[in-house]
Design a protein around this ligand. Structure first.
Ligand code: NAP
Length: 285
């Protein structure tokens, strides 16, 4: 039995689709979710839905009962994640699972990104748990940057602070395919997978591609990290989140979002989704 936490989230839903596509029967999948009422589409596919709230450890033991493998999808509650993840790891150990798989961040052990801190600490907890585990060190989602495209088209400028940093992003669907692959491969004591797109681009190149596909003449404006954070805040983002995004772009400028290993494509058995294709799909929506 494979338990997927955060299964009502964007990545979680895609992982479940990919598990089904790989022939895992619905009856062997548990969607462990914070709000079971949000999981009716999963239940309709014959998938068992169990309540699993990272902040309520009493829900986690029953959610993991009988599980062979647990995929811990990192919480979206940045800043609260360490105690939440600790509760999941403790429950997985208590349930005696054979493998814990965790969605981490690219090069969690050395990444300069502020976002990496909670992942680094979670990885340490997982190692200390003694559980056989796989760390899916996911790189940047292409969707993160595509979310800025509508505003860029409106204002004629795409702002960022990534300089000439090359970004080897991949789509959520690519990372979900990787998770499903690992969850259906033989269990090893420890796997650490640095996962990123096969191809990389700078934000200037992203804008060139945007203009090529739309005929627009958006320009890329690179800002100092502080100014970028202020601009994001001015656009309505909460200050802490604006700061994290600006910090991530500054990390990208240093190469923190680049990886040329090709591990993700090899794992999923196909090339990762190119930027141009992801952009085309986003523009079509
Ligand atoms: N690599 C990247 O570029 C990147 C970008 C964004 C996020 N991430 C990380 O990857 C994770 C998955 O991404 P995503 O796009 O699927 O994010 P998402 O759509 O926001 O999904 C996050 C999931 O976490 C669940 N969750 C949050 N707090 C929880 C709690 N207390 N107990 C149980 N579940 C909880 C949410 O439950 P609900 O469905 O009830 O809200 C949701 O299912 C994120 O949570 C984040 O850690 C990575």
């Amino acid at each position: 039995m494979i338990v997927v936490t955060g299964a009502t989230g964007q990545l979680g839903q895609l992982v479940i689709s990919q598990l089904l596509a790989r022939g895992v029967p619905p009856a062997a999948i548990v969607a462990a979710v914070r709000k079971p009422a949000k999981a009716s589409a999963l239940a309709a596919q014959g998938i068992t839905v169990r309540e699993a709230d990272y902040t309520r450890p009493d829900t986690l033991g029953p959610a993991f009962a009988g599980a062979e493998r647990v995929l811990l999808i990192s919480s979206s509650e940045v800043g609260q994640r360490l105690p939440q993840h600790r509760a999941v790891i403790d429950a997985a150990r208590a349930a005696g699972v054979a493998q814990l798989v965790y969605t981490s961040i690219l090069r969690a052990d050395s990444s300069p990104l502020g976002l990496a801190q909670e992942h680094r600490e979670t990885e340490a907890l997982i190692a200390a748990s003694g559980l056989p585990h796989a760390l899916l060190r996911n790189g940047w989602y292409t969707e993160n940057y595509l979310a800025s495209v509508p505003a860029a088209r409106q204002h004629g400028v795409f702002i960022g602070a990534a300089g000439e940093g090359r970004i080897a992003s991949a789509t959520r669907a690519d990372y979900a395919a990787a998770a499903a692959a690992v969850l259906t491969q033989p269990i090893a004591a420890k796997r650490v997978l640095e996962l990123a797109g096969d191809t990389a681009y700078t934000l200037s190149e992203l804008v060139v591609e945007l203009n090529r596909q739309t005929g627009a003449s958006v320009r890329y404006q690179d800002l100092p990290q502080k100014d970028f954070a202020a601009a994001l805040e001015g656009a309505g983002l909460p200050p802490a989140f604006a700061g994290l995004l600006a910090d991530s772009d500054a990390g990208a400028a240093q190469g923190a979002l680049f990886d040329g290993s090709g591990t993700l494509g090899a794992l999923i058995g196909r090339p990762t989704t190119p930027l141009a294709e992801a952009l085309q799909q986003a523009l079509a929506v």
